[in-house]
Ligand binder design. Structure first.
Ligand code: DAT
Ligand code: MG
Length: 151
């Protein structure tokens, strides 16, 4: 089946805190399919591109310094509704407001260190996948679990 794709990144705080497996596990157990993954330290210029929509915000500079401060786990996840539901798994931007049970609700405390990024819509998903990955880094395959997940 052809499903939508979203860009998910574990930020440097999530990596340094040893939360890579925990975060991947939540997407994997849900039933979404991992189609690309790599570990990168983004440059500050790259971080500015990634967050270009926020360039007028007062926290933009600190945010870009933070994203480029260490390794990030960049991923593409695929599945029905993964863009919107992925945001639900992640939880509200400010961990003080994220529900328990969400990634940020369970694992983060402040907005400046909220451990994970997820695309907020179909257009940003496409733009962010194109920014972070070469087309050949995305793997198309059939998971044998698919008929058990989707019927
Ligand atoms: P999200 O990451 O939930 O899509 P966003 O796109 O509005 O949120 O902002 C990107 C990141 O910027 C967010 O994950 C953390 C940081 N950020 C957002 N609002 C902030 C604020 N008021 N103060 C400090 N950092 C903030
Ligand atoms: Mg955002």
């Amino acid at each position: 089946a052809e499903f939508e794709r979203t860009f998910i990144a574990i930020k440097p705080d999530g990596v340094q805190r040893g939360l890579i497996a925990e975060i991947i596990s939540r997407f994997e157990r849900k039933g979404y399919k991992l189609v690309a993954i790599k570990v990168v330290i983004p440059s500050k210029e790259f971080a500015q591109k990634h967050y270009h929509d926020l360039k007028e915000r007062p926290f933009f500079n600190g945010l870009c310094d933070f994203l480029s401060s260490g390794p990030v786990v960049a991923m593409v996840w695929e599945g029905e509704g993964v863009i919107k539901y992925g945001r639900k798994l992640i939880g509200a931007t400010d961990p003080q407001k994220s529900e328990p049970g969400t990634i940020r609700g369970d694992l983060a405390v402040v907005v400046g260190r909220n451990i994970i990024h997820g695309s907020d819509g179909p257009e940003t998903a496409k733009d962010e996948i194109d920014l972070w990955f070469q087309p050949e880094e995305l793997v198309t395959y059939t998971s044998n679990a698919e008929t058990w997940i989707y019927g």
